[in-house]
Design a protein around this ligand. Structure first.
Ligand SMILES: Cc1cc2nc3c(=O)[nH]c(=O)nc-3n(C[C@H](O)[C@H](O)[C@H](O)COP(=O)(O)OP(=O)(O)OC[C@H]3O[C@@H](n4cnc5c(N)ncnc54)[C@H](O)[C@@H]3O)c2cc1C
Length: 421
């Protein structure tokens, strides 16, 4: 029998406790805002590999943000630094190599298993004083009343009314809340699927990441701690069914043929999973007191490893805006707060989407003229420092005006007495 519990109030409800929702909750730890996080999946058992066996390449800006959030040490302990990126075209003459040394950096990025990232973030928010977590729970209804917004949150047999001033929607690509809010999406189906697996090569990659454009589609091999590689092989969806159906050895043979022998023989492939790839964008980021972030706002092709990094820069900017509004007693969903957030993030979003989409189109194309042009482009990136810098800035998601967290700074200066934890 279903019961109705007494209602409760808070400032911000976060719907979705994936990597983005959890990061956002953590980013608001040091603010006076009262938060409620609603996540539909039951909490994974500690240290059990969760449903997501992917890895994420974190950019330097994500490292800064996680440092500012006090999570970087735990993440770094299970991450592999990327010290070189090799880009090549199967059967082509062009290649480019970018090195952290050349940029005066210790790493161009870090690869971290999603389950570790999720565990570190879940642990970081577990004792957070301004956060109440509802899990497993979901939103049965949402109603914008103008001066506040109400959600019916269903938990087991109980439905509770939660009133808030802002709802941050972080429930992923297939966001049901986005649909309830009547926000439409534009979608480009690339007709491609990403095949993911952890692969053990004969020789450890030692910090080298490989991006190779093969006859079947772009293939990334990223270094993992312990000498394995994280494979993301983008192929046509029809081809993916065949590759997914192969025995481990037959799959390794095809992978070896496409990747070559840069790391010696490929010895083992772990569990494969297939992810259909699309560019999805919500037509509106905000409706009344609801704001979309993460995959709910847009889902990118993973070829350039930008989706989470871009979302985390949004998280950092939004946390800064909400913190500043809270300190002076402003409504978190006030028109000027939302408008400034969206304006501050516009250029970075456009650049990142265009870079990712451009790479997919350029490197999925096998027309001879395009292949030749692409190889010339790779040579230019290799030979001309300006070309290389441009490519690296895009790949690392740089160029945007960084928020305080993205500069590694706390939201509030502890000396001004405005921290709240
Ligand atoms: C193959 C692949 C490789 C990638 N590699 C990279 C990379 O290297 N670097 C990078 O930056 N990005 C990468 N990405 C992108 C990155 O994975 C996503 O951007 C990121 O996972 C999005 O997180 P999210 O929290 O927005 O969404 P999700 O991870 O989908 O989380 C949504 C959460 O909401 C919950 N939820 C859903 N519905 C409800 C509801 N009604 N009520 C409550 N909770 C709900 C779900 O249970 C889930 O926990 C990759 C993506 C793919 C597919």
């Amino acid at each position: 029998m279903s019961t109705v519990a007494p209602g409760s109030g808070c400032d911000v409800v976060i719907v979705g406790g994936g990597l983005v929702g959890l990061s956002f909750a953590r980013a608001l730890a040091n603010t006076p805002l009262r938060l409620c996080l609603v996540e539909s999946n039951p909490a994974p058992a500690p240290s059990a590999p969760d449903h997501d066996d992917r890895n994420t390449a974190l950019s330097p800006s994500s490292r800064q943000i996680f440092s500012a959030l006090g999570c970087w040490q735990e993440i770094a302990a299970g991450a592999a630094p990327i010290t070189e990126i090799h880009v090549s075209d199967q059967g082509g003459f062009g290649r480019a190599c970018m090195r952290a040394d050349d940029e005066g950096m210790d790493a161009l990025g870090h690869v971290v298993p999603n389950c570790l990232l999720g565990e570190v973030l879940a642990e970081a928010v577990s004792g957070q004083r301004n956060l109440e977590t509802r899990q497993p729970a979901d939103v049965a209804a949402i109603q914008d009343a103008g001066d506040h917004i109400s959600l019916s949150v269903r938990e087991a047999d109980t439905t509770r009314l939660v009133h808030a001033r802002l709802v941050v929607v972080a429930d992923g690509s297939r966001s049901s809340l986005r649909e309830r809010l009547g926000i439409a999406v534009t979608e480009r189906d690339y007709g491609q699927t990403g095949i993911i697996a952890n692969v053990t090569p004969e020789r450890s990659p030692q910090g080298r990441a490989f991006e190779r454009f093969t006859a079947r589609g772009p293939l990334a091999m990223l270094p993992l701690p312990g000498g394995d590689c994280s494979l993301v092989w983008t192929v046509r969806s029809s081809e993916s069914e065949r590759l997914m159906g192969l025995s481990d050895q037959a799959f390794l043979d095809e992978l070896q043929q496409a990747f070559g022998f840069r790391l010696g023989r490929l010895l083992r492939a772990g569990r494969r999973s297939a992810w259909p790839l699309r560019l999805l964008r919500s037509r509106e980021r905000r409706k009344g007191r609801a704001l979309l972030i993460g995959n709910a706002a847009r889902t990118l092709h993973p070829v350039a490893g930008q989706g989470f990094n871009l979302a985390l820069r949004d998280v950092a900017e939004l946390a800064e805006r909400l913190h500043d509004a809270a300190v002076i007693g402003d409504d978190p969903a006030a028109e000027h707060v939302m408008a400034r957030f969206l304006a501050a993030r516009k250029a970075d979003e456009r650049r990142t989407i265009n870079f990712t989409d451009g790479l997919v189109r350029l490197f999925s194309n096998r027309l001879p003229g395009m292949v030749f042009g692409r190889n010339l482009g790779l040579m230019a990136v290799e030979l001309f420092p300006a070309g290389r810098r441009w490519f690296m800035r895009q790949a690392m998601g740089r160029g945007a005006r960084p928020s305080r967290l993205a500069r590694g700074l706390p939201l509030a200066d502890p000396r001004d007495g405005r921290t709240h934890e």
